[in-house]
Design a protein around this ligand. Structure first.
Ligand code: ADP
Ligand code: ZN
Ligand code: ZN
Length: 695
């Protein structure tokens, strides 16, 4: 249980965890102030022990993952909440022809769909201010009510009820091959649109029938109303949703519903793996290849491993689903460690989209300097004419705008970080994406005083401008980190795209996953190469995955889809195999390369980054680290990290390549302890196993 205890000489009591009872202690003891709550049972305590042991964090750190949201530090800061709601009085009495105001009509239409909703949300979705409500209230069309709310993370809208679909033979076969009464690891490998989600839905139904609960994880950015609606539509209120865009209050309320057993299905992003479900009957990890399943913050857990631990503990199946499995997962499936279930065909009888690859070097050679190939431009126009929708995908990594002097090559870099700063059009400022420093863009080169300063690359903002220039009649909406900062912004963009039939959705990675828009028949990938210029052994895998996911958004409804991939490297095998939509072929090439280079899955990669403001001290700590670890592991020489300075702190990196088994993990732990006992405490160590980011 959790208790409040006085600690040392601190004024405020602190939260402590009672994990066992001793008759006497070598320490001075004070009475407990009060018991807070009993949030762990034995199973959850086992889970915390597993996490701290496997990911080298303290038990305190791993227990924090399991407590109600927002109560880790201060147990009393989450309160219940009231909210003003707007309600449509009655639809019959309204003569819509008498209402002249566009804004009022928008509110009425919104409420006709939703009946009632929080005032704030109505304002957000209809783009009106409070005075519109006042006018409508005077006319007797709407009324207000103050409600104490269970903060409900999904929309307060009517979600269409859905019933189970008659499964295709492939779906039926997959479902029948999953034994829900024992632990096993399965890979549900199904092309985009092959109906994996329907398999999850019916599998969960089976598990519920046994009186058990279900945990389903999806990547953060695909946790859209589309996905959640399908589950709520099928199962109603027993579904709980957890992700980081919810307010703490909302997460707290959902957590409580789960803990009290009122919610039996949890759908959430990475951290939902720690939701307080009891008697779990299945753990599903959708889009299992997604990098967001690896936590980069302490505790640096891998959701798939934690999922496996949970499944074993509850004797339940673990389902990993993907159209583009992680190379490691597929390797295990090939070796028989994971049971392979395949869905090879799309449900829609139109099949996968027609895919064309355009060589942008040829476009350039023939005088086309725009971001669109002639083919993509032509197809976009065709879609606009036919009132069909298009999605344009820009892989932003490496393609954000930076400023360079044409005469001397000077690039504006952050004064505190070894990285170039990114130009943001809206603010007309340069921003460092590592430390957040901003700067006015220079008009003369700080190095050679030339006025020949140019903006390079094409961030989404710049692409948006180009689209407006070349396709002046197109309506367009942009989705990237800049346009999705505020709460619900993400949902609103997708809602508008769908319901206002906007011609083009332009976006970064976040538009490629999970979305199912019936009217999207064209997907354009503006620059397929940018994920290949990263010095990471997963670059090809990431490219293949991104392209396949992007392509998969096209032609999901009742019309055939098309996809166009623009690239400067059409001969790359990840692009060729993505065009052919041949994962098997991609995998066979890739796994050979991995074996030759001794990369995962043939080994694990362990990275230690040491950082601090005194470069000499960082270096000597790096040498100490190397000396300790190289006695037992294949450890490479310490070097300055690829990004050698962040926010004024110097960074050195050590790479260890070793296949980790239980014994090796124990040894790793011993080495870490030895390092911490002897190192310079001013220097920080960031230690991670198979991290996403090698920089
Ligand atoms: P995936 O998760 O593999 O991308 P979905 O589950 O989203 O695929 O299915 C794609 C589309 O096909 C969805 O619109 C879904 O409603 C529909 N669908 C799935 N299974 C069936 C089925 N057995 N019969 C009819 N339609 C189906
Ligand atoms: Zn910086
Ligand atoms: Zn210059």
């Amino acid at each position: 249980m959790r208790v409040l205890v006085p600690f040392a000489r601190r004024k405020q009591p602190e939260i402590g965890y009672v994990i066992g009872i001793k008759k006497s202690s070598e320490y001075e003891c004070k009475p407990i102030v009060r018991v807070v709550d009993q949030v762990f049972d034995d199973k959850r305590f086992e889970l915390a022990k597993y996490v701290s042991d496997r990911y080298f964090c303290t038990l305190g750190d791993s227990l924090k993952l399991l407590v109600p949201p927002g109560t880790g530090k201060d147990v009393d800061n989450v309160k219940s909440k009231t909210e003003r709601w707007v309600r449509l009085n009655s639809i019959e009495n309204i003569d819509l022809s008498k209402i002249k105001s566009d804004k009022q009509l928008r509110v009425i239409h919104f409420l006709m769909d939703n009946i009632e909703a929080p005032a704030i949300e109505v304002m957000e979705f209809t783009d009106v201010t409070r005075d519109v409500f006042t006018s409508l209230q005077k006319k007797g069309i709407i009324s207000f009510e103050t409600k104490e709310v269970i903060r409900n993370p999904f929309y307060n809208k009517n979600i269409e009820k859905s019933t189970k679909l008659a499964l295709t033979d492939e779906q039926k076969n997959a479902l029948e091959n999953i034994d829900i009464n024992k632990f096993d690891k399965y890979l549900l490998y199904g092309v985009t649109g092959s109906g994996k989600t329907e398999v999850y839905l019916q599998l969960i139904k089976k598990v519920l029938n046994e009186g058990k609960t279900a945990l389903m994880l999806v990547p953060e950015i695909s946790l859209t109303p589309q996905i959640t609606d399908r589950f709520i539509g099928r199962f109603g209120k027993i579904v709980a949703i957890l992700h980081s865009r919810l307010s703490i209050g909302e997460r707290y309320d959902e957590w409580k519903r789960i803990n009290e057993g009122k919610a039996k299905i949890v759908i959430g992003a990475r951290s939902a793996i720690f939701a307080p479900l009891k008697d779990i009957g299945v753990v599903i990890i959708d889009e299992e290849h997604d990098s967001s399943y690896k936590s980069e913050m302490n505790p640096k857990y891998d959701t798939k491993e934690v999922g496996e631990f949970l499944s074993k503990m509850y004797n339940a199946p673990l389902i990993l689903g993907s159209a583009t499995p992680d190379v490691r997962t597929y390797y295990e499936a090939k070796n028989g460690e994971i049971k392979l279930l395949e869905l090879k065909k799309r449900v829609s009888h139109f099949g996968l989209p027609d895919i064309k690859v355009v060589d942008m070097r040829e476009e350039l050679a023939t005088g086309n300097r725009t971001i669109f190939s002639r083919l993509l431009y032509h197809e976009l126009n065709k879609n606009i004419e036919n009132k069909e929708q298009s999605m344009l995908f820009l892989n932003r990594r490496g393609y954000s705008t930076f400023i360079m002097c044409r005469d001397c090559g000077y690039v504006v870099k952050c004064e505190k970080c070894e990285v170039s700063m990114t130009y943001h059009l809206n603010e007309n400022r340069l921003i460092c994406h590592y430390c957040g420093r901003t700067l006015n863009p220079p008009t003369v080169c700080p190095s050679c005083e030339s006025k020949n300063i140019r903006y390079f690359g094409s961030g989404t903002q710049k692409v948006e401008q180009e689209i407006k220039k070349y396709l002046p009649n197109a309506s367009i909406i942009r989705m990237d980190v800049d346009t999705t900062r505020t709460k619900n912004a993400h949902e609103k963009i997708l809602y508008d795209f769908k319901n206002k039939n906007i011609d083009i959705l332009l976006g970064t990675q976040m538009i490629t996953k999970g979305h199912d828009f019936e009217n999207v028949t064209l997907v354009g990938v503006l620059a397929a190469d940018s994920s290949m210029n990263i010095s990471d052994y997963r670059a090809s895998e990431r490219t293949f995955q991104l392209l396949t996911q992007a392509i998969g958004r096209s032609g999901r409804g009742s019309k055939k889809g098309r996809a166009i991939i623009q690239t400067y490297m059409p001969e790359e095998f990840s692009i060729i195999t993505a065009k052919e939509q041949d994962f098997e072929k991609f995998y066979n090439v890739e796994i050979n390369i991995r074996e030759k280079l001794n990369c995962p899955p043939f080994c694990d990669i362990i990275i230690g980054v040491l950082s601090g403001s005194d470069e000499e001290a960082v270096k000597s700590d790096a040498i100490l680290f190397h000396d300790i670890f190289s006695k037992f592991f294949k450890t490479f020489k310490p070097m300055p990290a690829p990004i050698s300075k962040i926010n004024g702190e110097y960074r050195w990196r050590i790479i260890i390549k070793e296949k980790l088994d239980e014994d090796k993990r124990k040894q790793l732990k011993k080495c870490l302890a030895e390092f911490f006992a002897n190192h310079n405490t001013k220097i920080k160590l960031n230690f991670d196993i198979n991290p996403n980011n090698m920089n």
